[in-house]
Design a protein. Structure first.
Length: 542
């Protein structure tokens, strides 16, 4: 608990902030960071409370559990910590103050595309793929770069660094790709499987087939010699058995389209190949096709499942809701979206709700209406349920419940918790390397409060009040967080719906005191109460 104390009277302020530090009793140690007082808080996790750029940060340390700590200073370590961890004494330094996330970079051979986690070994299986690259030249350049790194520093290098300049472009339809088994904790590569010449890995998934109980298999979808924009290319599905951290190739299954989406489904695997979704089972020499649905409009790029329900993402036609009919051994579609979206990321939130991102920088959430039923295809003969030649499409239409424009193409999205005990949120990543999160409100009072705060911070009403305060000799017009009208920006393609702009609300702390007091009075709050509300929302996530 953090409480403000009056420097004159010594009275404690009723405005206090709380933060959950861990499951063990909290120990506080006074240290110095950047020449300013700071606090090291130790519990089941280690935390650092410090001032940076005029703002108080409460940040967890990416380190093992510490027992005791104290400030430490020497010629080699001007501002450090001396700590006790178990039965060892350690001297630490804090780097990259002010950052929210801690990251470690691991160099790869090519651009990582997708990955899955092996639950037993806790290793990732990554597929890496680059276009317009000669695979043989890339492997040769990588080995020569390794040899140059092992040479003496005074020797003259005969080639430019491969890691910086890459390799010579090979032309269209040329691909370089590999499968890598990576230990994320140690940062070590356990295995690398190079693809054949001009073969590109495009999808990967982890499957447990019902005919092989207890065994895990990694399926990788590939294509050979595909040119960008070509939808007539053929593909192949590689089946690997998993033994610890090693993959062993069992067989390859050739198909007539590129398998861009793979997903485990009830002891089998669903494959999205072009406009067709197929259900495969395990075979000794290849995967065995059981059933298929060819009624998707453009190209399947994502498949997710929950129970009996299947969620399919089309590259240009948003989401489709499908189901597998066991009695007729068929896949039928019973729901779709009314907006044609170019999907780049998809995530299943619950049995009826999906979150997605498109290539124009929009994040949206759609939900199947409560009256929708997925048992329409249980009747004999109901094998389709959808006709892309029909203007009406599927029987049920989803409702768009969230619309928000982030300004960058969303490349990944998922539902997760960023800290132990933290609230679940929709976390998304963008093509520019940005990470954002959208968390749900828990009460209607919070919704009303932040909605009115956002309204006061927007440019229209805020600028008028600022101009009035300028006439009185005070205040200034704080620039928009996006450089233009905030409401117009967030509604670039679809009107923003049921989303509070957290970036805009955070600008309240950067306003001058008079402007904060004006907004707080309109909300019947004090500036301290508003700052506490913002901090509580941030602490729920981080």
């Amino acid at each position: 608990m953090r409480i403000t104390m009056d420097s004159v009277t010594g009275l404690l302020s009723p405005d206090f902030r709380t933060r959950f530090m861990g499951t063990r009793p909290v120990k506080l140690f006074k240290i110095v960071m950047h020449g300013m007082p700071a606090v090291l808080a130790l519990s089941s996790r280690s935390w650092l409370v410090y001032n940076y750029q005029g703002r108080l940060h409460v940040t967890p340390l990416s380190y093992e559990t510490l027992e005791y700590g104290s400030g430490f200073s020497s010629d080699q370590c001007p501002e450090g910590l001396v700590c006790v961890a178990a039965n060892t004494l350690r001297i630490l330094t804090i780097q990259r103050l002010g950052e929210v996330f801690n990251q470690q970079a691991i160099k790869l051979a090519f651009t990582p595309r997708k990955m899955v986690l092996l639950n037993d070994s806790k290793c990732f299986v990554l597929i890496e793929t680059d276009h317009n690259v000669d695979a043989a030249a890339a492997q040769a350049a990588g080995s020569s770069a390794l040899d140059n790194a092992n040479q003496e520093d005074d020797e003259e290098e005969t080639s430019v660094p491969y890691q910086i300049f890459g390799v010579q472009r090979a032309g269209l339809g040329k691909w370089a790709s590999c499968i890598r088994v990576l230990d994320p904790i140690e940062g070590d590569t356990k295995q690398v499987i190079d693809m054949w010449e001009d073969e590109a890995a495009v999808s990967v998934c982890l499957v447990k087939f019902h005919d092989r109980p207890g065994d895990q298999f990694v399926l990788v979808g590939t294509t050979t010699g595909m040119k960008l924009g070509d939808r007539s290319a053929e593909g192949c599905i590689h089946t690997y058995s998993v033994s610890g951290t090693q993959l062993t190739l069992l067989h390859k299954t050739t198909i007539d389209a590129v398998p861009r989406a793979l997903c485990a489904f009830q002891g089998r695997v669903l494959v999205g190949a072009g406009k067709t979704m197929r259900l495969y089972d395990f075979g000794r020499r290849k995967l065995l096709r059981k059933c298929e649905n060819r009624r998707f409009p453009c190209m399947i790029v994502s498949i997710q499942t929950q129970g009996e329900r299947i969620f399919v993402g089309d590259v240009a036609e948003s989401f489709f809701y499908a189901k597998y009919n066991r009695s007729t051994n068929s896949l039928f579609i019973f729901g779709d979206d009314t907006n044609a979206r170019w999907l780049t990321a998809a995530c299943c939130l619950d049995f009826d709700t999906l979150a997605g991102g498109d290539k124009f920088g929009n994040v949206f959430v759609c939900r199947l209406p409560a009256e929708a039923k997925d048992d329409a295809g249980e009747e004999p003969g109901a094998i389709g349920g959808y006709d892309h030649g029909n203007a009406e499409g599927a029987r049920f239409k989803v409702n768009e419940i969230v619309q928000f424009h982030v300004g960058e193409t969303v490349t990944s999205i998922q539902k997760c918790s960023l800290s132990p005990g933290g609230a679940e949120a929709i976390v998304y990543g963008t093509v520019g390397g940005g990470i954002g999160a959208m968390q749900p409100f828990v009460s209607r009072q919070d919704v009303d409060f932040f909605m009115h705060l956002e309204m006061h911070l927007r440019g229209a009403s805020g600028a008028r009040e600022v101009r009035d305060s300028k006439d009185e000799g005070g205040g200034y017009d704080h620039p928009s967080v996006c450089g233009r009208d905030q409401l117009s920006f967030r509604s670039s393609y679809f009107p923003v719906k049921d989303v509070i702009d957290g970036d805009l609300c955070e600008t309240f702390l950067a306003l001058d005191k008079k402007r904060q007091k004006t907004i707080a009075d309109d909300l019947d709050r004090t500036p301290g109460e508003i700052a506490k509300k913002l901090e509580d929302m941030r602490n729920r996530l981080l």
